[in-house]
Write a protein that binds this ligand. Sequence first.
Ligand SMILES: *Cc1c(COP(=O)(O)O)cnc(C)c1O
Length: 368
Amino acid sequence: MPEAQETVLEINLKALRENFHYLKSQIDSGVKFLAVVKAFAYGSDSTAIALELQDAGVDYFAVAYVSEGVLLRDAGVKKPILVLHPQVANLKKLIDYCLEPSLYNTKILNAFLEVASTERQIDYPVHIKFNTGLNRLGFVEKDIPTIGSKIIKSKVLKIKSLFSHLAASEDLNERAFTLQQIESFKHLAKLLSDELGYQPMLHMSNTSGILNYPEAHFDMVRSGIGLYGFGNSVKENKHFKPVASLKTVISQIHTIKKGDSVGYNRAFVSDSDQRTATLPIGHADGIGRQYGQGKGYVIINGKRAPIVGNVCMDMIMVNITDIDCKEGDEVIVFNASNTAEDLARTAKTISYEIITAISQRVKRIFLR
Ligand SMILES: *Cc1c(COP(=O)(O)O)cnc(C)c1O
């Protein structure tokens, strides 16, 4: 591997495939696999990841918004794409790009019925989302007769799946709550299927649901974080390999004397003679200010160099007093052994947040 000469996010497509195969090994062969590639495939690269997974045999994709689905279609993704949180303003575009909406309340159901009728659609595939306890999006039991009658009467829409989302599939202390969600989902799915007179696919498991609740696999599972190499516990993490590595380079080294300050607001004032390195990565690249003031760190020649002072927009300064290094040396922000999750923990957050924050300014490089 050549050393990074600028800030790059290396994306290991082999690790992606391995994570996919591990997740597949945890579900029955008849269960379909939906890959969640929202938010630029969790901050990596949505089109490259989706094309790789399409090739590897994923059945379905999901994104949050219509614009994300449009990107995938333009890049040549042919598999069905579920849009988890479509907005009323983009429904015609959703149809133009053969994307499939999640319908989660009467407002979006009515709006989509209207647009699909105007566009002269017949049996347009849609997905009905139930709220079983997350209290984020979804219909509840009393909505079922309305959904059923509207859809049957109009013939414009065909319900391809019924789904719900688990609130705490990673937390085994919440097992009773999760089992309750699963039972509630089965109940709601039966009521609506009876109303419709046909049986749509059912799905409710995210990555931790796949690993912890085989009884919630139903006809399809939806995985995001596991594909990118993280679980939600030490035990879950063992099965995955982080896909993205964030690397940068030392731009300049400074010798700091006792009493000197480093960076904006003079947030760090040295109590001894030290050395710092300035790196071309800042909060505009996804390393937020919460990682500053000694909390976050990078790895230089195998050693931890804590961030000194405030994170700037385009740079951070790190303490290299005890590290043998020079200008131009490679710096690891995170990789498969010094993980994004470890770094996230220093700012009291989770892997999901740090990886999805890596901005589009950072160059992506793909490894096979
Ligand atoms: C983001 C999301 C997922 C993926 O969850 P992971 O924990 O990343 O596997 C699945 N389903 C829905 C509805 C989501 O919003």
